[in-house]
Design a binder for this molecule. Structure first.
Ligand SMILES: [Fe+2]
Length: 335
């Protein structure tokens, strides 16, 4: 069955400015419903880039884990190279990234700086914020088309660089990011994953990795803007946070930053252009407790709006895919 005919089994509501939405009646057995509808849901995601499922009434982390597992094809991934900490609920089921609630998390594709990333992101809401906090989505082929041709050409030619300086205070420590306290194991991981590394005199670690900014979707073959150039750039940070970090760590020692693939800094104007185009193409729907959302991680970027009040959104990264299988425009080595 083609993805379109499988998707047509579900009555998905398409409203301007909102992600595709599927309303379902409470089933009393959400994991079973997920197992029965996995192929049709995945077909909707292939056709539209994402789908928000409302009405399942997901109640707790164990139920969410069971639903996530039934929606995957090859399983949930363990996160590596995280830039901020998450709570682990169960294997492959995480809290959303701990990020200041009053700051938006800019559009990004999860783990687009790694050689193996999730092809599908799974989200479930157990508690909605009192205001804000939506998980936005944007269509990456559309974003790519909206960007200036010369800028896309440059990133296709050079790729983008992620630079990280790990420390014990801000973001994930290197032990957290690599899941080991053994420096030798970190070095082996870096060598195997095209990451340049340099230990600092104080024992901290600096890394650089060059990645493709544009990839082809494994199913549709369409070119997708697929990276974290804007989100992890210094100009996306809150200006006060930026000033503080430059003061403490120096301009070259920021916990993370992005550059053009040849090492040139990316100007504030470029970052503002990227975030403006993302915002113009963002689809968002406020969470309601019990909601489920599936997002194609290559076709769609996702963001998190600033929010007030408690918010509990769980995350699963499903069906690992290798960068090498998505027609990258650059190899992973830095120059
Ligand atoms: Fe994310």
């Amino acid at each position: 069955m083609s993805s379109s005919s499988a998707a047509s089994l579900l009555d998905v509501d398409l409203q301007p400015g909102k992600p595709p939405m599927l309303r379902v009646a409470p089933t009393g057995d959400a994991p079973r419903w997920a197992a029965e509808h996995r192929d049709a849901l995945r077909a909707v995601v292939t056709d539209h880039g994402s789908v928000l499922v409302r009405g399942l009434g997901l109640r707790d982390a164990a139920e969410v884990a069971a639903v996530f597992q039934r929606l995957t094809t090859t399983g949930l991934m363990a996160e590596r190279e995280a830039f901020a900490s998450r709570q682990v609920y169960s294997e492959g089921v995480y809290s959303s990234t701990k990020w200041p609630p009053n700051q938006q998390m800019c559009m990004h594709h999860e783990l687009s700086y790694t050689l193996e990333f999730p092809s599908v992101m799974l989200f479930a809401c157990l508690g909605a914020a009192t205001s804000g906090g939506a998980t936005g989505v944007a269509d990456s082929p559309t974003v790519l088309e909206a960007l200036p041709r010369e800028l896309v050409d440059r990133f296709e030619r050079e790729g983008w660089l992620l630079t990280r300086t790990y420390n014990e205070d801000i973001g994930a420590s290197w032990a957290e990011a690599f899941g080991t306290e053994d420096p030798g194991a970190v070095e082996s991981y870096c060598r195997a994953n095209a990451i340049e590394f340099e230990w600092q005199p104080d024992g901290e670690l600096r890394t650089r990795q060059r990645r493709s900014a544009v990839v082809r979707h494994p199913v549709t073959g369409r070119r997708c803007w697929f990276n974290q150039i804007a989100f992890l750039n210094e100009w996306t940070m809150d200006p006060e946070v930026h000033e503080f970090l430059v003061d403490v760590y120096g301009a070259d020692g920021l916990p993370f930053n992005t550059r053009f693939g040849n090492g040139d800094p990316i100007g504030q104007d470029v970052v503002e252009l990227l975030t403006g185009i993302y915002e113009a193409h963002t689809l968002r729907e406020p969470w309601q407790a019990g909601d489920l959302m599936l997002v194609d991680n290559i076709r769609s970027s996702h963001s998190r709006d600033a929010f007030e009040g408690p918010r509990e959104v769980l995350v699963g990264m499903a069906d690992a895919m290798r960068l090498g299988d998505s027609s990258p425009t650059v190899d992973g080595t830095t120059r």
